[in-house]
Design a protein around this ligand. Structure first.
Ligand code: SF4
Ligand code: MSK
Length: 662
């Protein structure tokens, strides 16, 4: 794929910032993943992409051909066993990534409760709500005292060996019963990751259905365990997101300021940088260097975290990380963990830019390392910014695309959706459920996960447009949400431009976009709670598997996306990916594409064509509507003034006019 003419992320409607940049001489010298794909000149390994390459012991590697006796593993392992082991290991690795992220956030939360960080407990209402889930007494207690107890209880969930993790009890009762009956309720978070790795070691679990049982349990330890703890405690510490207007575009870099991009996942560092970037000492230093100030911009999911909570602009998503640096206008890219390409240090080799690694777990050749010390977070952040400021005067040739930058509206936590649709005085999911029952909204589709270079970047856009055209409300997270923002779907106006009549009416009345940005990849746990709230509100069945809701990560790249997909399936939501590494094993493929439905009421689906993908999502929604008896073709009733007033009275102040917040 050539950079200049084959880059599929370029034809975005934001003024083609990426294409504009790629046409500049300074960017043409930069080698990106597009070039490396072309250089490699070979397609993916058939055994690897089909899930039937086994290298877990030294008698192999064994490449298995399903149904050919001579082509089982040296140990006798069949294609189904090997594909299931590989799949479960992907789930375990994804869960481990969220787990380690979550653990750091919980540790930071405890340090904050002890007054050892520059942060504070911001959302006391949520603190009390989550404390209640853990049966922690809140009355007449200081917020830091409650937070400390909550943090310590949360930390204990990682190493817990027996019982089940606490957040499971937030799920619909029927769901909890299913998990108990199937024996997949996670006992502790780390335990499920370790047991999955053990059971997929050579010569242990060799029955694909049993392996998948553990993969299901491991995935719940992610969704209802690690990820949910991380999201909720991060919200308590840094504030639960509320709607905000912001910008997602390469052009958010500033000519006259010190540009610092933050890339990775754990928001502790990014939040500290946000505070330090406003420090008088830092600002004076920047001015002394000839800059007007310090411009922070996000990349990937750290970008999502500070976009959601602070409205700080996003320079680029996963697929654009090299492009952000190719501008030559970035003084430092500060990275922590996950989704950071090793190539970024090579992109800046002849530039003034520093790649600064900040986490002892994630170092990189040719980068500089400044350890982020959570007990001295402010000092660490200032040290990093001082280094970036020092680079400003060394900036050489640079190019910042000037295309039209579209606003996005972000910050849709499940609390915001509740508030937005339910109103100030009776926050609830009732209006959402009612609009689903009356058919204005056909159902809910989640578009989550990554982007990559093997498929066109407009895949998310095409799927989302097809969904909203058919009145499916889209909830988006991760880099998928950024891709949709670049193409203008996170604006309230997008409802008028693209949505079907029913969805458009609801969006226009409330002033919300037809695609709601719900957060980073760890924040998919917000979707679990949103689905639970819909069940609890009534009228749409007794568990998540009955809801007209479906998930998709059409451009998944990271193992975390598979863990997320599996926790949705295990929680009862049908999930469709563009591909899955299972096709080399017939029985196993049949099991995850159909058999899992008998266990959890949901299964995986695969469809590579974007429009067919969207239609498969719609078909899954219609199947649920049919079962609920709400799929009758109804005469379209336009909202009368009373209905409109009812919803309008509940619209968020500022939604659609640039302010947001409550
Ligand atoms: Fe081959 Fe079996 Fe070893 Fe896997 S575990 S590498 S299939 S011998
Ligand atoms: S960063 S996991 S590319 S969403 Fe969360 Fe984006 Fe996927 Fe990384």
């Amino acid at each position: 794929m050539a950079k200049s003419n084959g880059c599929n992320s370029c034809n975005d409607i934001t003024g083609s910032s990426t294409l504009d940049l790629l046409n500049q001489d300074l960017a043409k010298q930069v080698r990106t993943a597009y070039d490396r794909i072309e250089d490699r000149g070979m397609s993916s390994c058939l055994f690897g992409s089909g899930g039937t390459c086994c290298r877990i012991c030294n008698m192999g590697p064994c490449q298995i051909i399903d149904g050919v006796d001579a082509m089982v593993g040296v140990c006798g392992a069949t294609a189904d066993t090997v594909a299931a082991r590989n799949f479960a290991r992907i789930v375990a690795a994804g869960t481990a990534a969220h787990t380690d992220h979550a653990r750091e956030m919980v540790r930071g939360f405890i340090a904050t409760a002890k007054g050892k960080t520059p942060h504070e407990i911001k959302d006391v209402e949520k603190l009390h709500k989550i404390a209640k889930v853990f049966d922690i007494e809140t009355e007449d207690r200081d917020k830091n005292e409650i937070a400390l107890e909550l943090g310590e209880r949360a930390l204990a969930e990682f190493g817990q060996q027996e019982g089940s993790i606490t957040m499971l009890k937030r799920a619909p009762e029927k769901q909890q019963k299913i998990w108990k009956e199937k024996g997949v309720a996670p006992r502790g978070i780390d335990r499920e990751v370790v047991e999955t790795m053990h059971r997929t070691h050579m010569g242990v679990d060799q029955e694909y259905t049993n392996i998948m049982k553990q993969a299901a349990r491991c995935s719940l330890a992610d969704g209802w365990g690690a990820s949910m703890l991380s999201t909720e405690l991060t919200d308590i510490m840094f504030g639960t997101p509320v709607p905000k207007r912001a910008i997602v575009d390469l052009g958010v870099l500033r000519e006259d300021m010190v540009n610092v991009t933050v890339h990775g996942h754990e928001p502790l560092l990014a939040e500290s940088l946000c505070l330090a970037a406003e420090d008088d000492e830092m600002l004076a230093l920047a001015k002394k260097a000839g800059a007007k100030g310090i411009n922070l911009a996000g990349v990937c999911c750290t970008g999502n975290e500070i976009l959601m909570r602070r409205g700080i602009p996003v320079a680029g998503s996963f697929i654009q990380q090299e492009m952000v640096l190719a501008t030559g206008a970035v003084e430092a890219m500060v990275v922590d963990v996950q989704c950071v390409m090793q190539s970024v240090a090579q992109v800046v080799k002849n530039k003034h830019t520093d790649i600064i690694t900040t986490n002892y777990r994630a170092k990189m050749p040719d980068a500089i390392h400044i350890q982020f010390e959570e007990d001295a977070a402010y000092e660490s952040a200032k040290k990093i910014l001082t280094r970036a400021i020092g680079n400003f005067k060394k900036r050489g040739d640079y190019y910042i695309p000037e295309g039209k930058k579209l606003d996005v509206v972000v910050g849709f936590s499940h609390e915001t959706i509740n508030y937005m649709l339910g109103g100030r005085f009776r926050q609830s999911y009732r209006p959402l459920n009612d609009n689903i029952i009356n058919g204005r909204i056909r159902g809910v589709g989640a578009l989550v996960g990554c982007e990559h270079y093997k498929h066109a970047d407009d895949v998310h856009f095409k799927i989302a447009v097809e969904l909203i055209k058919n009145n499916v409300l889209v909830l988006a997270t991760g880099c998928a949400a950024q891709a949709l923002g670049r193409r203008g779907l996170l604006r309230p106006e997008a409802a008028t431009e693209y949505a079907g009549d029913g969805l458009r009416e609801v969006c226009e009345t409330v002033g919300m976009p037809p695609v709601l940005h719900v957060g980073s990849c760890v924040d998919n746990s917000r979707l679990l709670i949103a689905l639970t709230e819909m069940v609890n509100e009534g009228g749409l069945g007794d568990d998540i598997s009955e809801l007209p809701a479906v998930g998709s990560a059409p451009l998944w790249m990271s193992e975390k996306a598979v863990a997320i997909g599996q926790y949705f399936v295990t929680s009862g939501a049908h999930v469709i990916f563009q591909d899955l590494p299972v096709t080399g094993a017939k029985k196993f493929t049949e099991f995850i594409l159909n058999g899992l439905k008998e266990e959890y009421g949901a299964c995986w689906g695969v469809e590579s064509d974007p429009i067919k993908h969207a239609r498969a999502m719609i078909a899954a929604i219609d199947e649920k509507r049919e079962a609920l008896g709400i799929n009758k073709k109804q005469e379209r009733v336009l909202m009368d003034m009373a209905m409109r007033r009812d919803l309008e009275g509940q619209s968020l102040p500022g939604m659609g006019c640039g302010q947001g917040g409550h």
